[in-house]
Design a protein around this ligand. Structure first.
Ligand code: FAD
Length: 116
């Protein structure tokens, strides 16, 4: 059985989930409709109730109370998610990510063309 065909541990689930969340934020509209804004807010609240790592989910629910999703544009949502992820990074003793680079990391690729 390949390792890829086994259940995910907390770190594998985390890194794949962050990939999805940051990519979703990268493709959120620049000018979302009221419905898109409301749906994105609901998405994060619902997501935080079902994320299958209980300490992670509880922590995210607290973060959402302190700093609700910023849903007015792609740039706002991506910066907000970067900040939320950095709070988790700090808690775990991981390096803080430079949020200026978030669109290069998750949407456009690095300026040096290394992703082309
Ligand atoms: P990850 O943190 O998974 O990051 C993946 C990639 O994202 C990195 O390689 C980097 O390129 C990029 N990246 C890093 N920081 C940012 C940023 N701020 N903005 C944009 N991109 C960035 N684990 C726990 O042990 N306890 C918890 O409470 C916990 N809470 C979590 C809450 C959520 C919502 C999620 C999705 C995960 C949580 N995790 C938690 C898992 C944890 O965050 C990591 O995913 C896991 O430790 C694996 O880390 P990693 O080194 O693979 O990189």
């Amino acid at each position: 059985v390949k390792r890829d065909d086994c259940p995910l541990d907390k770190d594998e689930l985390g890194s794949r989930t962050w990939s999805f969340l940051h990519t979703m934020a990268a493709y959120y509209p620049d000018n979302p409709t009221d419905e898109q804004k409301s749906d994105m807010t609901k998405f994060f609240h619902t997501f935080s109730k079902f994320y299958p790592c209980s300490v992670c989910a509880e922590d995210l629910q607290e973060q959402l109370k302190r700093t609700p999703p910023q849903i007015n544009s792609q740039s706002q949502l991506s910066q907000w998610l970067c900040m939320i992820h950095n709070e988790v990074n700090k808690k775990l003793g991981k390096p803080v990510f430079d949020c200026k680079l978030v669109n290069q990391r998750w949407r456009d690729g690095w300026k040096d063309s290394s992703c082309d």
